[in-house]
Design a protein around this ligand. Structure first.
Ligand code: SPD
Length: 288
């Protein structure tokens, strides 16, 4: 195996000040790609047991073994909460996984996609074809630019906006701040829905509290959903949702048998269950 300064005795360990004192390690078979882009260090590893793994600035973005859980929930929860999503915006997620999932909805007519780092798209097209197939959808229009700046120029345009960000350190930082959420709200049409990567209520209390506070203040309907992803910190992750109309906690459209059988995690029951909080988290959110 090629030498890599983050692989020790064949293992990669994810160490981050955002979740101090806890770390997930994966056994690595091969370093497939390792280069610094204009924005961040991009690594693609072949793990021993979890397929390929995309790592940005030393933080795990996905593994092939469980990426479906995250992409399906972040895409289908907001899309099924909306009665008729036709025009949507996806910010971040240069791997293409959210595009793949959003494209499964026949009612969707256009998907604007905004990614700051073109190299993440290139590397994903080379090594993650099962995710990057999302880019083959003719409804997708790619914008290589900063999502926080892009959104400020859009008014009254989208039915659903999905933000597939990395963590709030590095290029994703602005995507966790209030001006960005104000921009998201203005970019929505009547009855629009947003869903953003919402971290962990166990490990990132301050960040989650802040996201919930911002969305509660800006949107008439707000909710937080969480679900299992074994290779994210703590084995789970949340999404923070805001809506200008639709109730979020129940799907408002049925799922066809043909779509359900393409999925591995999302079901209408999981949609509803993902909003049921452990007692400490419920109290934490109610206090905001
Ligand atoms: N702690 C890492 C959170 C990463 C979320 N975004 C992943 C991108 C996958 N499409």
């Amino acid at each position: 195996m090629k030498n890599h300064n983050k692989i020790i005795n064949g293992w990669f360990s994810e160490i981050c000040p955002m979740w101090p004192g806890i770390s997930l390690s994966l056994e690595i078979k091969e370093v497939l790609y390792s280069k610094k882009s204009k924005f961040q260090q991009i690594d693609m590893f072949q793990t021993k047991n979890h397929g390929k793994m995309l790592v940005l600035d030393e933080i795990i973005q996905l593994t092939e073994s469980d990426e479906f859980a995250y992409q399906e929930m972040l895409a289908h929860v907001p899309l099924f909460a909306h009665p008729n999503p036709e025009d949507i915006l996806v910010i971040g997620g240069g791997d293409g996984g959210i595009l793949r999932e959003a494209g499964r909805h026949d009612c969707v007519k256009t998907i604007d996609f905004c990614e700051i780092d073109e190299d993440v798209i290139k590397v994903s097209k080379e090594f993650l074809p099962d995710l990057a197939c999302g880019f083959d959808d003719p409804r997708v229009n790619i914008h290589i630019t900063d999502g926080s700046a892009f959104v400020l120029k859009q008014k009254n345009k989208y039915d659903v906006i999905i933000v597939d960000s990395s963590d709030p350190i590095g290029p994703g930082e602005a995507l966790f701040e209030r001006p960005f959420y104000e921009g998201l709200k203005k970019a929505l049409r009547k009855n629009g829905v947003i869903a953003t990567q919402g971290e962990s209520f166990f490990l990132h209390k301050e960040c989650v509290t802040n996201l919930v506070k911002i969305t509660k203040e800006l949107f008439p309907v707000q909710a937080y959903s969480y679900f299992l992803v074994p290779t994210y910190p703590g084995g789970h992750i949340g999404i923070c949702l805001g809506s200008l109309g639709p109730e979020l906690k129940k799907p408002c459209r049925g799922i066809s048998h043909s779509l359900q059988t393409q999925l591995k995690y999302y079901t209408p029951e999981i949609h509803e269950a993902s909003f049921v909080m452990p007692y400490f988290a419920r109290k934490m959110f109610e206090a905001i």
